[in-house]
Design a protein around this ligand. Structure first.
Ligand code: NAD
Length: 489
């Protein structure tokens, strides 16, 4: 059993390079055991304004700093994070609930964004364009937008922060980060690490608080030039509406309803292996998890048997314990929501094939917010479970009979985030993938997201991208200077 690490930071907002005592608090508990981890200080609107003001003060200096220096700081942050990956992973498990091995994976994933944007900082290009008037030319520049607001969820609380922070800082923007009220500790843990990496004070401010109050105030503030949000589609809608007041740019990474299409010639053993890993990752609380598993009618019975067998092998419990494959959901309300969707599906004809309740054998988990990973068959497109983002460990099997039909049904959703296609004929897989209305598709792969590629949703899953060479441009403005061509004297 791994231990919860000693905190190396104050559980208080991080302003101008130091902890800043707050007046109100939230109790953060381990979702596996219900044990209190800390009373964490929450910022109020006055503190948020101070944070934004502090960032504004150093914005120009940071924007004018050498891109190489910014890159060195970001790459140093990546190194420090990897040096301390064990402490960060244990804290992440205790606060978020995901198993230690998955938490370690998230720390590596977060570090990869600091590394990637540390390199990309020096690759922001402009260009010179021809001017229609003689003797003149255009200089087209990418400039940092100024202070930006970053708002993140609780499911990947470190990596979602890292993606945004690394891109914004690399672009030359100062950032004010409002992490989720459910996972403020792992965010605050990053403050001192960034300072140690050499980040000047005020360039990154971390102010935990509630979305409706502090998040909304961040969106409204006139000095905040871009809002980058990762969260639910409903939250994206209200942030976008609020940002309209100031014609503020938004970058939105929102919810999904990913189809996972198993073609008739797929290697079912690989499908089962990958699908179980995908669904147990953060207990299905992942925007790109497989929400609808489309299985060809001919393979359905075999798939059911193989999946049930594999799911029975999984150990569900406290993520700090060795060998645990999935942890709890973030809180009891999340369990209630998933149960509501499951009950409604069963009432409409879905069939529970198998549920894994291994966590019930452990008395220390009675106060945890666990939900049994469930294999569900006979799911139909009309059920809420197939139309909404479930955000829990339910594998919903949906039957189909032709490829044209499955493509149409996979696209019948307002979401457009991710999809998966499994099959042996790669030409067929590619043909199916190219017809899916989503931002990213894994062909015979369950984990296609990496720092190197631009990832973002289409339709109601978002606007803009994170990662890749494109990610940095979410935080840049284009400026054109029309000027006389220099003459020889
Ligand atoms: P959420 O929308 O409830 O909260 C996300 C963040 O927004 C939190 O920090 C919250 O405090 C803040 N917030 C809430 N209301 C706000 C408002 N009115 N103004 C400003 N900020 C506000 O989402 P969640 O429950 O924390 O996370 C789960 C959701 O995030 C899921 O829908 C999931 O699909 C989505 N998500 C998307 C991606 C992606 O890359 N597309 C990645 C991870 C999670």
């Amino acid at each position: 059993m791994k231990s919860i690490p000693e905190f190396w930071f104050e559980p208080q907002p991080w302003l101008n390079g130091q902890s800043s005592p707050a007046n109100s608090f939230v109790e953060v508990r381990n979702p596996a055991t219900g044990e209190m981890l800390a009373k964490v200080g929450l910022g109020d609107t006055k503190m948020l304004c101070d944070a934004i003001e502090g960032a504004v003060k150093v914005q120009e200096e940071w924007a004018e700093s050498s891109s190489v220096e910014r890159g060195v700081i970001l790459k140093k942050a990546a190194d420090l994070l990897l040096d301390r990956k064990d402490e960060f992973a244990r804290l992440l498990t205790a606060e978020q609930g995901k198993p230690y091995a998955q938490a370690l994976g998230e720390v590596h994933y977060a570090a990869s964004f600091f590394q990637w944007f540390g390199e990309e900082a020096r690759r922001v290009y402009g260009r010179i364009a021809a001017h229609p008037d003689q003797g003149r030319e255009y200089l087209i520049e990418s400039r940092p937008v100024g202070v930006v607001g970053l708002i993140t969820p609780w499911n990947f609380p470190l990596a979602q922060g890292a993606k945004k922070i690394a891109a914004a800082l690399a672009a030359g923007c100062c950032a004010v980060w409002k992490p989720s009220e459910f996972t403020p500790l792992i965010a605050l843990a990053l403050g001192p690490l960034m300072a140690e990496a050499g980040l000047p004070m005020g360039v990154l401010q971390i102010v935990p608080g509630y979305g409706g109050e502090l998040g909304a105030a961040l969106v409204d503030h006139p000095e905040v030039k871009v809002i980058s949000l990762t969260g639910a589609t409903e939250t994206g809608r209200s942030v976008m509406a609020a940002a309209a007041g100031g014609i503020k740019r938004v970058s939105l990474e929102l919810g999904g309803n990913a189809p996972f299409i198993v073609l008739p010639d797929a290697d079912l053993d690989q499908v089962v292996e990958d699908l179980i890993q995908l669904k147990l990752l953060t207990s299905g609380q992942v925007c790109v998890t497989a929400n609808r598993v489309f299985v060809h009618a001919d393979s359905e019975i075999v798939m059911r048997e193989k999946l049930a067998e594999k799911l029975a092998d999984a150990k569900i419990g406290n993520g700090l314990e060795d060998g645990v494959d999935a942890g709890p959901l973030i809180h009891q309300q999340a369990c209630d929501k998933v149960l509501g969707l499951l009950d409604a599906a069963v009432a409409s004809g879905a069939e529970i094939v198998y549920q894994n309740r291994t966590y019930q054998a452990d008395q220390s988990l009675v106060k945890g917010s666990f939900f049994p990973p469930t294999l569900l068959a006979r799911v139909s497109d009309e059920m809420a479970l197939a139309r909404e983002e479930v955000f829990g460990p339910i594998i919903s099997l949906i039957s189909y009979s032709s490829t044209t039909e499955v493509i149409r049904r996979a696209n019948e959703t307002p979401y457009g985030l991710a999809a998966y296609v499994y099959g042996s004929d790669l030409t067929e897989c590619r043909a199916v993938a190219s017809r899916l209305e989503v931002g990213i598709i894994g062909v015979n792969e369950w984990r296609p997201l990496k720092a190197e590629i631009p990832f973002g949703g289409i339709k109601q899953s978002g606007i803009g991208v994170e990662g890749g060479e494109e990610g940095i441009h979410e935080f840049c403005d284009t400026r054109v200077i029309s000027l006389p061509k220099p003459k020889l004297v």
